[in-house]
Design a protein around this ligand. Structure first.
Ligand code: FAD
Length: 441
């Protein structure tokens, strides 16, 4: 039993959707492309799961957030794939891959072969068990990575009306879920080991602002400790969490957001791995030239950081790496057909030049971050609830910028100074002028 395609995208998440659109725009022929996904629905905008999907009133539901609406582009419903002759093989897990033979084998035993493979397997949520804590399978313990998780979270939330929740983890999943729980009138306690929330990105001053806002909505923070065990009732439902410092927190439900791991396992030992992801070059090509990797699973060179290999877990990177890989894959064919294109698009120009970008929205707040958050930090603006942000400086140049509450022009301005690595001669001027500095650069 088997099928053969020219192009196969393994994984049906954000990157797969954006890759499919790019393939169709570059003229893929019907029957040439297939997407294999463990999920039972066509690619969708995953960030919606912790935002619109969890709203108590008029929540977002498919088909409203299929890719590529997140980039204000076409919405690829299952019909779109049919109309474009792109095969969606859904509800199908690939259980092994052989890059030498160019084949994938599904859990049902079907062999799918390809000429070119794009790995877009994303990442999975880390389980408590990986940290030595048991009990993830309790009916009221939730994770959030895919639509099935989100639907389950909504059901558990609805059974906890006016109840209590403990959120384990202070990253963006924890923060966005905590905000959603509060909006659903559930009282939240957040537990995390770091000194403040969003420790990988926020400075203590930025974190202080958001924590203050959460506290004003009744959220209780327990920092500097971790969960060690659960207390369960006779039906196995969690009734309390026990922390390392001995604290016992009674609860009606638990949401766990303690990080992710890239889904590389199918290719371990077959492709080069770096930074926990599949290593690719500037054209998203892995150590096997017929295999590309994009999105959360890819570790790629970031020109802006001197070619440093990074694995980014952000939606913008998933969208753009996907488009870039397809451009690189389809370019040689185009070049062969059109001599001019071959001259206009030599291989070198295809190296990915990306400005890392990440955003989040909670309650009425909304922020964007560009670049890298290392080096000297310069805060600016109104930290009492207005517009504020920070720049990160390395060797006198701006390499990162954060802004809460900006408009489009302002976000573009901070992105620009990071992209240009603007040199700062007078740090006190940058501090004084704040956002205005970026706007007038
Ligand atoms: P995914 O979208 O995770 O897709 C991977 C796909 O591969 C899935 O469909 C999976 O089922 C499938 N798959 C994996 N292994 C196999 C296999 N063996 N066989 C078949 N199929 C397989 N980023 C931001 O920048 N801002 C945000 O606000 C934000 N919010 C988020 C909120 C949530 C709840 C989550 C979970 C993520 C959020 N992100 C956000 C991150 C963003 O969604 C990811 O960076 C993005 O989804 C990565 O896209 P991807 O295609 O690489 O992986």
């Amino acid at each position: 039993m088997g099928r053969a395609f020219v192009y196969v995208i393994l994984g049906g998440g954000v990157a797969a959707g954006y890759a499919a659109l790019e393939f169709s725009r570059r003229g893929v022929a019907p029957g040439e492309l297939c997407i294999i996904s463990e999920e039972t629905v066509a690619p969708y905008e995953r960030p919606a799961l912790s935002k619109g999907f969890l709203l108590p009133e008029a929540p977002a539901r498919l088909p409203a957030f299929h890719t590529c609406v997140g980039a204000n582009d076409e919405r690829l419903t299952p019909d779109w794939y049919k109309e474009h002759g792109i095969e969606l093989v859904l509800g199908t897990r690939v259980k092994s891959a052989d890059v030498r033979r160019k084949t994938l084998i599904t859990a049902m035993g079907e062999t799918i072969s390809y000429k070119v493979l794009i790995i877009a397997t994303g990442a999975r949520a880390l389980k408590l068990e990986e940290f030595g804590v048991k009990g993830s399978d309790a009916v009221n313990v939730c994770y959030l990575r895919n639509l099935a998780d989100a639907s389950r979270l909504v059901n558990v939330m609805q059974s906890c009306n006016d109840g209590n929740a403990v959120v384990i983890g202070g990253g963006y999943i924890g923060m966005e879920c905590a905000a959603a729980l509060v909006t659903n009138r559930i009282k939240v306690t957040m537990v995390f080991p770091e000194a403040h929330c969003m420790a990988r990105l926020f400075t203590p001053k930025i974190a202080d602002f958001y924590e203050g806002q959460y506290e004003s909505k009744g959220v209780n923070f327990i920092k500097g400790t971790v969960l060690t065990s659960f207390e369960n009732d006779s039906e196995g439902k969690v009734t309390a969490v026990i922390l390392k410092d001995g604290t016992r927190v009674p609860t009606d439900m638990v949401v766990v957001g303690i990080g992710i791991r890239a889904n590389t396992a199918l290719f371990d030992g077959q492709l080069a791995i770096e930074k926990g992801g599949i290593k690719v070059n500037g054209r998203m090509q892995t150590s096997n030239s017929s295999v590309y990797a994009v999105g959360d699973v890819a570790a790629f060179p970031v020109k802006l950081f001197g070619g440093d290999i990074r694995r980014l877990e952000h939606v913008d990177s998933a969208r753009k790496t996907a488009k870039h890989a397809v451009a690189a894959i389809m370019a040689p064919e185009k070049s062969a057909k059109h001599a001019v294109a071959a001259i206009m698009a030599p291989e070198k120009t295809a190296d990915f030049d990306y400005l890392p970008f990440f955003y989040s929205r909670v309650f009425s707040f909304s922020w964007q971050f560009y670049g890298d958050n290392v080096g000297q930090v310069i805060h600016y603006g109104d930290f009492s609830g207005g517009k504020f942000g920070a720049y990160w400086l390395d060797k006198g140049r701006i390499i990162g910028a954060f802004l809460e509450g900006g408009n489009r022009e302002e976000y573009e301005a901070i992105a620009k100074v990071v992209k240009h690595k603007t040199t700062i001669k007078d740090v006190s001027e940058l501090e004084r002028r704040g956002l205005d500095y970026a706007l007038r650069s």
